[in-house]
Design a protein around this ligand. Structure first.
Ligand SMILES: [Zn+2]
Length: 175
């Protein structure tokens, strides 16, 4: 399924044709996050590529909800995404988790692993503090016993930009 639109390149003014494709959403700060059906236009004259992401607030909420239901332990970059989604500083989040911003920063950078209890508390905080995710808090709580804490498995999060449906896919990393 492909729909095409004509866009004007903001760099050179040439027209650029867009197409929908899978887009690695590195701007989110999460390495293994892909947006399905993202409109991307590449300018044929200057090579500038334009990524069109509509309804970004809704998309970020869908990503936050997906992360709260992640099958695996939260990673540092996922924690950073969630903290930013809640518009909290490291210091503010530290107050909820009875720790300080240095510890939060170590979790986010991957210097320290996020403990299993902290991981679960963060998910509940996200659901409790984002008013629109609050109706999902029971489902998130019920998911907590199913989180698998083993390391070694790499998960990829895929979010469809049109439907905002999300899927975690286990990907094997070459040894
Ligand atoms: Zn151009």
């Amino acid at each position: 399924m492909s729909s095409e639109n004509i866009l004007i390149c903001t760099n050179c003014g040439e027209t650029a044709k867009s197409e929908r494709r899978r887009y690695r959403y590195l701007e989110s700060g999460i390495s293994n996050l892909y947006l399905q059906g993202t409109e991307v236009a590449e300018c044929l004259r200057c090579g500038e590529s334009h990524v069109i992401i509509p309804r970004i607030a809704k998309l970020h909420r869908a990503i936050a909800l997906a992360l709260a239901n992640s099958p695996a332990r939260l990673t540092g970059e996922q924690l950073r995404f969630l903290r930013k989604h809640l518009s909290m500083s490291g210091e503010q989040l530290g107050r909820y988790l009875h720790t300080d911003k240095t510890k939060i920063s170590k979790w986010e950078s991957g210097d320290d692993p996020i403990g299993p209890s902290t991981d679960r508390l963060i998910r509940l905080l996200v659901a409790a503090l984002d008013g629109e995710l609050r109706p999902g808090v029971t489902a998130i709580a019920e998911h907590l016993p199913q989180i698998r804490d083993e390391s070694g498995k790499v998960w990829e999060l895929q979010v469809d930009v049109a439907t905002l449906q999300s899927t975690f896919v286990s990907v094997s990393r070459a040894a």
